[in-house]
Design a protein. Structure first.
Length: 237
């Protein structure tokens, strides 16, 4: 019997992703971390494998899954953190914007999740997938014009619920964390933040990672989208 569980984390080089890597390492997991330049941001170890690559490319998913199986024997948890978030008025979005959102937020999810689930089924071990989506997908806020981004994040919420039902009998759980505004570089650089967004209390990265770890370990929680946004829309439009 394996002494440690293994987690694969995408978008791992900064912000929520990097903090998620650190948390799982500290909780005695083997970790495979991937992003385009993750090897420039952290150091590998016996329990931390780093895979440089673009999650929009299927080869990156192949390398991450192969690293988990080759080094640690199985995949127990997948955290789909890699994502793109763009805001602008709907009529100003471009086809290039749409393609960037689809390729990272949906195609990247498809590539690595399909491969990870195949390995979980092959090894007949219970596993779980935690997707990082967005509270705005079903709790919109006036002035935060992310409609095109939310097509992809809302799609991930729907996929989470559907896959939870599809694989429940095989012991594979699917859940999502839906953050609101988080104190990361992404939101600090957001040039189109509305006045309501600017004064909204931001979540800390730790609070988001707390939710990810909870869902990874909560064996009787399946098909849930956990909002970590301090009930923002209930207080402000």
């Amino acid at each position: 019997m394996r002494e440690k569980k293994t987690v694969v984390i995408t978008g791992a080089s900064g912000g929520i992703g990097a903090a998620t890597v650190q948390r799982f390492v500290s909780h005695n997991f083997n970790v495979v971390a991937t992003s385009r330049h993750v090897s420039q941001q952290m150091a590998p170890s016996d329990t931390l494998i780093l895979i440089d690559g673009d999650i929009t490319q299927s080869q990156t998913a192949d390398k991450a899954v192969e690293a988990a199986i080759g080094n640690f024997g199985a995949i127990d948890v997948l955290v789909n953190n890699a994502g793109v978030f763009l805001t602008k008025p709907f009529i100003e979005f471009t086809c290039e914007d749409f393609n960037a959102l689809i390729s990272t937020n949906l195609m990247g999810f498809f590539h690595i999740t399909q491969r990870a689930v195949k390995e979980m089924l092959r090894n007949q071990n219970a596993g779980c997938v935690v997707n990082i989506t967005a509270a705005l997908a079903d709790r919109p806020i006036a002035g935060v014009n992310g409609s095109l981004s939310m097509i992809t994040k809302g799609g991930l919420n729907a996929a989470t619920r559907n896959l939870a039902v599809e694989y429940a009998n095989q012991g594979i759980r699917f859940n999502a964390v839906a953050p609101g505004v988080v104190d990361t570089q992404l939101h600090r650089n957001e040039s189109n933040a509305s006045s309501s967004q600017a004064i909204m209390k931001k979540a800390t990265v730790k609070q988001i990672v707390d939710a990810v770890l909870y869902l990874a370990c909560a064996e009787h929680v399946n098909g849930e989208v956990l909002h970590v946004d301090n009930a923002a829309p209930a207080r402000r439009w």
